[in-house]
Design a protein around this ligand. Structure first.
Ligand SMILES: [Zn+2]
Length: 219
C-alpha cells in the first residue's frame, strides 16, 4: 500500500479551530495510510521536500516570504494541497489575544491557490452534502450524506475550479463544499467541512479526505 507523508498545519491562536484539539482528529480522519506530521510551526512550510502533501487548517494565513515561497513553489512543482475548513478563511488574522483582526483583501497568494474564499457562516447545524460530480476519484461511488458542522458560505469563480459537492441547507444557497483544481503541476482540493469533531468522525467525510490525500499526492 502506498503511504503518504502529510504535513498537517494549524494553530492555537483562536479558541475555535484549536489545533491541539483538532489536529489529532484530522490525522485520524486522513486514515492509516497517511503519516501525518502535526505542526503549528509555520517555518516548516519553507522546506516541504520530505512531504507528499500539505493539509492546511490555518485560520490566519499570515506567512513570512520564505514560508509562502516554500508552500507555493511546493504546490506549483507538483506537491499536494488539501485546504480544510478554515484554510479558506483568508480575511482573519490573529489579534494576539484569541480574537480576530480582520483584513480587507483576502491573502492574494492563497486566494489564487484555492480559487475561492470564506465569507461567513451561520451557527453550527445539521445539513446535507450533495455529491454533484461523481466522475472524480475523490467522489466516485460516494453518496449524499448529512453532517453536523459549521456551514461555510464561500465565494469562488466556478470557471476556475471543479465543484464535487455542494451544501443542501434549509436556509442557505447551495455553496460548494468540496472542490478541486490544479495549480501549476500540483493538485489542490478544498473541503469546507471540519469545524466539529462529529464531522471529522463522519464515515463519508473521512472517505472523502482519504481520497483527497491520495489524489492530491499523485500529481
Ligand atoms: Zn470553524
Amino acid at each position: 500500500m502506498t503511504r503518504y507523508d502529510a504535513l498537517v498545519i494549524g494553530e492555537n491562536s483562536f479558541p475555535f479551530h484549536a489545533f491541539d484539539e483538532m489536529g489529532q482528529h484530522i490525522a485520524t480522519a486522513l486514515g492509516s495510510d497517511v503519516d501525518a506530521t502535526l505542526t503549528t510551526e509555520r517555518e516548516t512550510l519553507a522546506d516541504l521536500s520530505s512531504y507528499d502533501c500539505v493539509v492546511d487548517y490555518l485560520t490566519d494565513s499570515t506567512l513570512t516570504d520564505a514560508e509562502r515561497d516554500g508552500l507555493f513553489s511546493f504546490v506549483r512543482n507538483g506537491g499536494g494541497y488539501l485546504g480544510l475548513h478554515c484554510a479558506a478563511d483568508l480575511t482573519s488574522m490573529s489579534d494576539g489575544s484569541g480574537g480576530i483582526e480582520p483584513r480587507e483583501e483576502p491573502f492574494p497568494a492563497f486566494r489564487e491557490l484555492l480559487g475561492g474564499h470564506f465569507i461567513g457562516h451561520p451557527e453550527q447545524s445539521a445539513f446535507g452534502v450533495e455529491i454533484v460530480d461523481d466522475e472524480h476519484p475523490i467522489t466516485d461511488g460516494v453518496g449524499n450524506f448529512d453532517v453536523y458542522d459549521e456551514p461555510y458560505r464561500l465565494t469562488c469563480d466556478e470557471r476556475e475550479l471543479r465543484v464535487l459537492a455542494r451544501m443542501n441547507h434549509p436556509e442557505l444557497e447551495s455553496y460548494p463544499v468540496v472542490w478541486v483544481r490544479e495549480y501549476g503541476s500540483g493538485r489542490v482540493c478544498y473541503v469546507s467541512l471540519g469545524h466539529t469533531v462529529e464531522s471529522l468522525e463522519n464515515d463519508t467525510v473521512q472517505q472523502l479526505l482519504k481520497r483527497a490525500v491520495r489524489w492530491i499526492s499523485a500529481a
